[in-house]
Design a protein around this ligand. Structure first.
Ligand code: 3PG
Ligand code: MG
Length: 406
């Protein structure tokens, strides 16, 4: 947490309506919340706000409804889940702006909670429209709390625009926790710092690779993105997924790593199939012995062993992205082994930070989610942070006044 930003703990909330931006962009199934992690992670902020007598007006987006109402993306199921989790009634306004929302906000008792319908039902949200921001702000008494770390990389009206029309904008407790863990990793990490990156595309993670190369002691790369780096070195990768238009870029990153004597580790062996769907026939091969018509879908046992050694040395470990196609059991072992290795290193004293939906799912699948220091609720936001970018939702918060020493 940049120490200079106002916190919910600094606010006088008694009897005042507070606009609280949360990230309740959660998966739904059959009209119910399928994973309530993001809702539960926000409860400490809501509890504190209620205890201090705030009247909480909650806003979030859900999915990408393209600026018009679409009941598929309604937050109504989230209001129901939130009421279960808090054990208190949660009001719901079917539009996030307008007379009904205003009346319901004004009727809130101290400590009460109202959830507004999806802010992305209005195109003005993503456009960061000034008039819309002002309308959102009119639902509170000059107080804004941002607890939506997962949306902090979006310069949208309910994240950034609204801050211009309230007196105080503060970070919620979840926002503070996220910034504390990620902030320490990029500013003052305990060494050795080991970064683990996976996932399909190099293009998603270029800046993260560049920035972490300056901060970390080692980087372990797996998943499909590894093949772009391998092919860039002239290693035959068969039919493995490669971003052909990113080969030069990968070559550049490899050259930079060499120049810095940075330990950028790529897979030395992998689990192969004839196609993505070909889980029934697999083989394990060293990387430089990849047959031409096979494709790599998981890291192999030698790679797991090498990566485990690096991970076990880490005092700070950051992981984003799976190391193979772990949704299929035939290609899951590498990613699950890495999940267990990160958990073991954490038990031995390392600080571990994991972000991104797939890696978090892998932690749950491996049964080690409760053995990780910090699981980020933000995928895109945590990646931008690790890339060294400033998050507009954080920048827009009110700076703390520097006390003069009298
Ligand atoms: C997320 O889940 O990535 C955040 O809620 C942000 O959503 P967005 O990527 O649709 O802006
Ligand atoms: Mg996203």
């Amino acid at each position: 947490m940049p120490m200079s930003k106002l916190s919910i703990r600094d606010l006088e909330l008694t009897g005042r309506r507070v606009f609280v931006r949360v990230d309740f962009n959660v998966p739904l199934a059959e009209g119910k919340v399928a994973d309530d992690t993001r809702i539960r992670e926000t409860l400490p902020t809501l509890r504190l706000g209620s205890e201090r007598g705030g009247r909480l007006v909650l806003a979030s987006h859900l999915g990408r409804p393209k600026g018009k109402p679409d009941l598929k993306y309604s937050l109504a199921p989230v209001a129901a889940r939130l009421a279960e989790l808090t054990g208190k009634p949660v009001g719901f306004a079917a539009d996030c702006v307008g007379a009904d929302a205003e009346a319901k906000s004004k009727a809130l008792p101290s400590g009460g909670i109202l959830l507004l319908e999806n802010v992305r039902f209005h195109p003005e949200e993503e456009a960061n429209d000034e008039g819309f921001s002002r309308q959102l702000a009119s639902l509170c008494d000059q107080l804004f709390i941002n607890d939506a770390f997962g949306s902090a990389h979006r310069a949208h009206a309910s994240v950034v625009g609204i801050t211009k029309f309230v007196r105080q904008s503060a970070a919620g407790l979840l926002m503070e926790k996220e910034l504390a863990f990620l902030g320490k990793a990029v500013s003052n990490p305990e060494q050795p710092f080991v970064a683990i990156l996976g996932g399909a595309k190099v293009s998603d993670k270029i800046e993260v690779v560049q920035n972490l190369m300056k901060l970390a002691d080692a980087m372990l790369i797996g998943g499909a993105m590894a093949y772009t780096f391998l092919k860039a070195q002239g290693i035959p990768v068969g039919k493995s997924l490669v971003e052909e238009d990113k080969l030069d870029l990968a070559r550049g990153l490899l050259a930079e790593a060499r120049k810095r004597s940075f330990r950028l580790r790529l897979p030395v062996d992998h689990v192969l199939a004839r196609s993505v769907g070909g889980a029934d026939e697999t083989q394990i091969a060293d990387i430089n012995r990849t047959p031409p018509d096979w494709m790599g879908l998981d890291i192999g046992p030698k790679t797991v062993q090498q990566f485990r050694v690096e991970i076990s040395r880490g005092k700070t470990i950051v992981w984003n992205g799976p190391l193979g196609m772990f949704e299929k059991p035939a290609f899951a072992e590498g990613t699950l082994a890495i999940a267990r290795a990160v958990a073991e290193a954490t038990a031995a004293g390392a600080t571990s930070i994991v972000g991104g939906g797939d890696s978090v799912a892998a932690l749950h699948q491996a049964g080690v989610a409760n053995k990780i220091s910090h699981i980020s609720t933000g995928g895109g936001a945590s990646l931008e942070f690790l890339a060294g970018r400033k998050l507009p939702g954080v920048e827009a918060l009110t700076n703390k006044e520097v006390k003069s020493s009298e």
